[in-house]
Design a protein around this ligand. Structure first.
Ligand code: SF4
Length: 670
């Protein structure tokens, strides 16, 4: 039996892999100590024996030797760099990569390629919550408390998260508190809730402002906490004057008495949490929306108190660690800023290069994809752990940009939709075939141990990077434990300080919370108990104002589209759409629409429906349900189609695209 963790979501459930690749849950990992796994976790072993596994590098579709593929890519990269400069080459990573890979990828881009053009698909995931947390608390650690604190709370408000489908074992941690869900759909999570607020898509920010307005008007603010632990409340109080509840009801569709019920429950609770998920965050105003929910949490005195707080429910497997160690356009390891001279000096010292040789910040994920092949944009793209042809907004446009490249290289273990467009595909190892660390949604660093040998012909992403680096004149490490030791030194003194964490400690202690600045340090499960990570130790209120969605409905596109996940699939589906039992559970994309809308459009259950936006169209099977608002349709994004429609309007701070709301036309397909 090998003790390891699930390959999928940020809960990173503990599991054991036994003979015959039998999966069983571990009971020593708090996230799923109840012995729970979801359908995806139980079937994860099937990924390892998948018949569609790639086992030889492909050069223009033909199998070749590793050296042939590596030589070809290195020569093309050198030629493109010589012609277009270092920024002619771009790197795109993923929130599912181990910390060791994310770190190595950032170093490879800056040191071996010298490019500023690196970002990752986590930008599409938690970046708005991260940006808002940094503004308020000076630090982004998704949930700054152990998940096992949640059951002790009296009330948990979950804004835009459907954990009952995305990470079902999470629900067991919500069995104690009264749960309030904010979601335009009556999701599986909303069905479990004590109270469900069902706003118009794109209006969560107005709802949060209205709730704080009510808290102030009803004298529910924790004035002593606000005075002792925060700054900026008066400015926020003033900024809320125009967000009276009746106005908010008109904008959001949520009745005032429901808003008041939610606010009073939170205020009356001895302990309470406010959590946000992608539903609130994936908007062109996602950062401000999260800031508004954090303002509410601060006004009620929740963050930095044992048993209460604000947290972001991170989605991707290593969504947390993946955003800490340098694969973001503006970042160096340890959650350091790439434009901070002291940070550059420290990291350059660890890397053995001059600080002024490191490039500055590059383009964010969508801006990078949008620039591919354009004048002044990258001409080559190296892609690790991502499938943007399915998962990026305006996906058809992104596919066109990718097709215009001089060189596309992907590392995949199956032929994803993006890999199918590549000049070179490197067949790489997957979760149980390699070791590495993952940082889960609590900020707990976990060890995912190798359980089986990879198939012949397959190598790690780390081998690909080292092989290319060597051909470009640099030596890169391939042993995960040695890379982690270097990461520890690079992160030392940063916000996400891993320097006291070792593989041995993780295994012995079942995970260690960062920051952990010394070998003898116990780790930091609740980092804000004494003070926040701001210069004065106080949390900051951030005044924000609601504005409409980037694209509102009109005569041509009269219905809102919202996108999301289903239980059986993960992200772009490249993995889960290859597992027979998961395909059986959720075989095809669908469009969920309200019975009234279906009747108006003459659509019956099972009809093929064409959904069009200004960016493209997708087809899917109709599902009629009164769980969705009448003015909204829902599509899961695990298949081609949903993201052809979504709007790449970006949040000005986080550069998060507006995945969660756009205007569409819905018709029965003739
Ligand atoms: S997908 Fe998430 S919830 Fe499901 S078993 Fe894996 S880690 Fe646990």
């Amino acid at each position: 039996m090998t003790r390891t963790h699930c390959p999928y979501c940020a809960l990173q459930c503990g599991m054991e892999i036994g003979p015959g690749l039998a999966i069983s849950p571990r009971t020593d990992i708090p996230a799923n100590a109840s012995g729970a796994l979801c359908q995806k976790g139980w079937t994860a072993g099937e990924l390892l024996t998948n018949g569609e596994r790639l086992t030889a590098p492909l050069l223009h579709g033909e199998p070749v030797e590793w050296d042939v593929a590596l030589d070809y890519v290195a020569e093309r990269l050198a030629a493109i760099r010589a012609e277009h400069g270092p920024d002619g080459v771009a790197v795109f990573g993923g929130g599912g990569l181990t910390n060791e890979k994310a770190y190595t990828l950032g170093k490879f881009a800056r040191v071996a390629l010298g490019t500023s053009q690196i970002d990752y698909n986590g930008r599409f995931c938690m970046s708005s919550a991260a940006a808002a947390s940094i503004k308020a608390f000076g630090m982004d650690r998704g949930m700054p408390f152990p998940i096992t604190d949640l059951p002790e709370a009296d009330v948990v408000l979950l804004a835009g998260g459907n954990v009952a489908e995305t990470m079902p074992p999470f629900v067991r941690h919500l069995s104690g508190p009264r749960v309030i869900v904010i979601d335009p759909r009556r999701t599986q999570t909303a069905k479990l809730a004590w109270l469900h607020l069902q706003p118009t898509p794109g209006t969560d920010l107005a709802l949060a402002l209205g709730m704080l307005h009510l808290a102030i008007a009803d004298e529910l603010v924790d004035e002593a906490y606000v005075a002792a632990r925060t700054t900026g409340f008066e400015e926020v109080r003033t900024s809320l004057a125009s967000w009276w509840p009746e106005r908010v009801e008109r904008i959001t569709g949520v009745p005032v008495y429901r808003m008041r019920q939610a606010v009073r429950a939170l205020a009356a609770a001895g302990n309470a949490y406010i959590l946000t998920g992608r539903g609130a965050e994936q908007h062109a105003k996602g950062t401000d929306t999260v800031s508004a929910f954090i303002n509410l949490a601060l006004a009620l005195g929740l963050p930095g108190r044992h048993g209460s707080g604000y947290g972001c429910v991170t989605g991707q497997g290593n969504g947390q660690g993946g955003r800490e160690h340098g694969q973001k356009a503006d970042q160096l390891p340890g959650y350091r800023k790439i434009d901070d001279p002291a940070a550059r000096e420290h990291v350059a010292g660890v890397w053995g290069v001059p600080a002024d040789s490191l490039p500055g910040p590059g383009r964010s994920a969508y801006e990078l994809l949008d620039a591919l092949g354009t004048p002044g944009g990258p001409r080559a793209l190296l892609l690790f752990g991502s499938n943007p042809v399915i998962s990026a907004p305006a996906a058809e446009h992104v596919a066109e940009r990718i097709a215009s490249l001089d060189l596309l290289v992907t590392c995949d273990f199956v032929m994803s939709e993006t890999a199918a467009l590549a000049d070179v595909v490197f067949p790489v190892t997957q979760w149980a075939e390699e070791s590495g660390t993952m940082t889960n949604l609590e900020g707990r660093v976990l060890l995912r141990s190798q359980a089986v040998a990879p198939p012949e012909g397959v190598r790690s992403d780390l081998d690909v990077i080292a092989g290319l680096a060597e051909r470009l004149g640099h030596r890169f490490e391939t042993e995960p434990v040695k890379i982690f030791d270097e990461l520890r030194r690079a992160s030392k003194g940063g916000l996400a300080d891993y320097s006291g964490i070792t593989y041995e400690r993780i295994a012995a202690e079942k995970g260690v919370f960062w920051p952990c600045p010394e070998p003898g340090h116990p780790g930091t499960p609740r980092p804000f108990l004494d003070s926040f990570a701001t210069p004065d130790g106080r949390a900051r209120f951030v005044p924000v104002q609601h504005r409409p969605a980037a694209e509102e409905t009109d005569e041509d596109y009269p219905v809102y589209l919202s996108t999301g996940r289903v239980l059986a699939h993960y992200q772009s589906g490249a993995q889960t759409r290859r597992i027979a039992s998961l395909v059986q559970a959720a075989p095809e994309p669908f469009v969920e629409l309200h019975p009234d809308l279906a009747e108006e459009l003459d659509i019956s259950p099972g009809d093929i429906v064409r959904v069009s936006s200004r960016r493209g169209e997708g087809k899917a099977v109709a599902r009629i349900s009164d769980a969705i608002r009448r003015d909204t349709v829902f599509m899961p994004f695990h298949w081609e189609g949903a993201n052809r429609l979504t709007n790449p309007a970006l949040d000005p701070t986080s550069r998060m695209p507006e995945f969660k709301v756009c205007a569409v036309r819905v018709e029965r397909d003739s």
